[in-house]
Design a protein around this ligand. Structure first.
Ligand SMILES: C[S@@+](CC[C@H](N)C(=O)[O-])C[C@H]1O[C@@H](n2cnc3c(N)ncnc32)[C@H](O)[C@@H]1O
Length: 213
């Protein structure tokens, strides 16, 4: 099965194969009593829910991977930016979404690209931070990457964005990462008018009032 999956991952059908698994994955997760690691369908629902709640039309994702979130959100957002460090994955995604001019795949490190993307935004955005902040496929990564991206987004003087970060269980105080209460305390003190909470392994940073400049 593993070999088959590895083979499929090299073909253009991998996205379809993965999306077929979303519903069984979701129900298997429910059957197991909703363990901490949440299924992709729930993540998609959360992204949609926050976009609707805050009237957001722009999605910025860190970590494109096989473009599952982009594919699921393609018809929901007017503009999508997704950043991928692995150049083969970035090229593959750029090709996959080449017929959707509102989808922009950016190859590179999210820590460098998030501040650049912020400068180009013309309205508040929904950020889906999902770039393996606690190590990904052997990439050790910069421990400060998450904090530096969060700060760049929260310090944006023009717009108050909404931030969702996946795998919040990684915020456990180990290996230089803050804990959720530490991060919450710091964000709510430094950026008054923002609330921080974790639900279903997703960290949610929301502005009390969403301003459009
Ligand atoms: C969990 S996957 C993303 C899944 C995707 N967001 C989705 O919902 O379908 C994490 C991705 O982050 C990428 N990544 C890791 N470090 C990164 C970095 N510094 N900048 C951008 N992408 C990075 C990995 O290569 C991997 O493709």
């Amino acid at each position: 099965m593993k070999a088959f999956r590895r083979f499929l991952a090299r073909t253009p059908f991998y996205g379809v194969y993965k999306s077929l698994g979303h519903y069984p994955d979701y129900w298997y997760w429910k059957l197991r009593g909703e363990p901490i690691r949440s299924p992709h369908l729930l993540k998609q629902r959360t992204v949609r829910e926050y976009a609707a709640r805050y009237g957001l039309r722009v999605l910025v994702e860190t970590g494109t991977y096989y473009g599952e979130m982009v594919a699921a959100m393609k018809n929901r957002f007017a503009e999508i930016h997704s950043v991928e460090f692995d150049s083969a994955l970035a090229q593959r995604a750029a090709k996959k979404f080449s017929r959707s001019p509102h989808v922009h795949i950016h190859g590179g490190d999210s820590q460098k690209l998030v501040p650049e993307l912020l400068k180009g935004l013309k309205e508040p955005a929904l950020f889906w931070l999902d770039a393996g902040y606690y190590g990904w496929a052997g990439l050790q990564g910069d421990k400060q990457r998450l904090t530096s991206e969060l700060e760049a987004i929260l310090k944006d003087a023009r717009y108050q964005h909404v931030i969702l970060m996946d795998d919040a269980r990684g915020l456990n105080g180990q290996n230089g990462s803050p804990t959720v209460p530490q991060l919450k305390q710091r964000i709510e003190a430094e950026f008054p008018g923002r609330s921080v909470e974790v639900k279903y392994d997703i960290l949610r940073i929301t502005p009390d009032a969403l301003s459009r400049a």
